[in-house]
Design a protein around this ligand. Structure first.
Ligand code: ASP
Ligand code: MG
Length: 393
């Protein structure tokens, strides 16, 4: 079966004019394959708006109801796109996550795909339909709607590629590929023609909002390349694939969406208390990046977006601690084998020193230098980019 998956992000489907562009793109790509499966995100900033509206009703909204609410965004897009393509003479069918057979685990808000029952999609494809699937959602064993976490439509697309054994998966957005830095911040950022799954994984984990981090794991596991391209031009594009890694720095990512929570107790803290706190965080499915104990405190890093939830938990279960929050910026310099190359670390340190950047912590892995800072200016980011990626003297 000759099948391709086309995923369109929120800004590509933001309004009726853009939906028309997307529809034409889909019709054009029909030349490439017999079967077309389209995955879409919610329109524009719909998901942000829905989250904000819910938080106006409750600071910590019920998670099951949040998934019920957020899944409506994608449902609007699939039906609109389907209405349009049908009118243009192309038979289509829109399917929500559960109609498309996407079964997930129970965790609302960050559910993982367990299995995809492909019979419905296959039946529709056999009937000659273009199948349009709502990204970012599935159903769990309670029969409830779940969502896969912010940006999760990419993961829906790559998971469908694996389940349907599709030949290709295109991730279309308003950017024409993967860049060495956020092109909105660094104007001369370089587009990469190719990047390995491992490097891409580091970039996504570092906090760059390019591809959902879990879709990269799935692509690597099933050996399926992912092609990131622009909806609005045929030029450019980046292929995420297995590759022979070279030692170049591929990307520099600044992440300011995390926060350090410090729990002080003047009477000292024990190992047992640490276990207790950590266990409670895990039970609430909070992603803890890092957890540390010293004589009078516990420290850990979480996403700012989860702060309300964590504060509620700490207030109710651990009222004896004084809570202090510390803002920081995480800088990640990514490229395979970076740890073997002192030159890169040296250059980085020289630049940070020259600009008086306050360095809090440095850690190294095979393909990443991670530096925790109090803050970093655009100018410093640009210079790092010039020296490490463009190799200017
Ligand atoms: N609509 C969801 C979000 O904004 C999922 C996605 O766009 O991939 O996070
Ligand atoms: Mg996205």
């Amino acid at each position: 079966m000759n099948t391709i998956i086309l995923k369109f992000g929120g800004s590509s489907v933001a309004d009726n004019i853009k939906l028309n562009v997307v529809a034409k793109k889909i019709i054009n790509l029909k030349k490439e394959a017999k079967n077309i499966v389209v995955v879409v995100s919610a329109q524009g900033k719909t998901t942000d708006r829905l989250i904000k509206e819910a938080q106006e009703l409750s600071a910590v909204p019920d998670e099951r109801e949040m998934d019920m609410l957020l899944s409506t965004g994608e449902q609007v897009t699939i039906s609109k796109l389907s209405i349009l393509l049908n009118r243009m003479g192309y038979p289509t069918v829109s399917l929500t996550g559960w109609q498309a057979g996407i079964e997930t685990n129970k965790i609302y808000g960050s559910a993982k795909i367990k299995k995809i029952y492909i019979n419905r999609i296959e039946k529709e494809l056999k009937r000659g339909k273009i199948v349009i699937v709502a990204g970012f959602q599935g159903f769990n064993e309670n029969g409830d709607i779940t969502t896969l976490g912010r940006g999760g439509s990419d993961t829906t697309a790559v998971a469908l590629q694996a389940a349907l054994k599709a030949d290709k998966c295109y991730i279309f957005s308003d950017v024409d590929g993967i860049y060495s830095a956020d092109p909105n911040m660094i104007t001369f950022a370089k587009r990469l023609d190719e990047i390995t799954f491992d490097e891409m994984q580091e970039i996504a984990d570092a906090g760059a909002k390019v591809l959902h981090n879990r879709c990269i794991q799935i692509g690597k596991k099933f050996g399926n390349d992912i092609i990131a391209k622009s909806t609005f031009t045929d030029e450019g594009g980046t292929r995420v694939c297995e590759g022979i890694e070279n030692r170049d720095v591929k990307s520099i990512v600044k992440n300011d969406s995390l926060i350090t929570v410090i729990m002080n107790n003047k009477n000292g803290v024990t190992n047992e208390q640490g276990y207790e706190i950590y266990k409670n965080l895990l039970e609430e499915n909070i992603i803890v990046e890092w957890f540390e104990r010293d004589s009078n405190s516990f420290k850990f890093r979480i996403k700012k977006a989860e702060l309300n939830k964590v504060q509620k938990l700490l207030d109710s279960k651990f009222p004896e601690y004084e809570i202090v929050l510390e803002d920081f910026v995480k800088l990640s310099i990514i490229g395979y084998g970076i740890i073997q190359d002192n030159v890169i670390l040296n250059q980085t340190m020289d630049i940070l020193k020259e600009y008086n950047v306050e360095v809090i912590k440095i850690s190294l892995t095979q393909s990443k230098i991670e530096i925790v800072l109090d803050d970093i200016t655009e100018e410093t980011m640009e210079l790092l980019h010039k020296k490490l990626i463009r190799k200017e003297r």
